[in-house]
Write a new protein. Sequence first.
Length: 178
Amino acid sequence: MISRFLAVLAIAWSLGFAVFMLALPGPLEGTTTDAIVVPTGGPGRIDRGLDLLARKQAKRMLVTGVGPGVRAIDLALANKASTRLFACCVDLGADAVDTRSNAEETATWVRRHDYRTVRLVTSDWHLTRARMELAAVVGPHVVILGDGVASDPRLGMLVNEYNKLILRRIALWIGMGS
């Protein structure tokens, strides 16, 4: 009986993982939102957010999870972006250290600005969990659109991310950590 249960569980995990890998979200084009949110941690994320901001796809952008002591000028220079764009339209959040705290930092920022639509720009493999975490803290009145930045993750990273996604989904479902 237990071996059958474990076999069914293994098959369900494998099928879910296959769907997760095959359905990695891509970039979102042609959609304007109130704001753009970019968690740090992966290549191309900030560049993508800045490009969208420069194309007037949102009013303002939050870069969440910025390291201590990093200034807007540092990010502007590192990303070859206009310092004027940073001065007018980019906020840096330095309180987050992981996906959950990125979501909490973002929720505070979204509430402060009274935004109703947010474009979440992060790596394709990270987007599903990051969006789930953000939705859990901002609630249903904020629309979160995912914008996946293409990446080339290793299999181990995908397995790890899928397991985190399952565990957090279960935790949120039973009311832990929301």
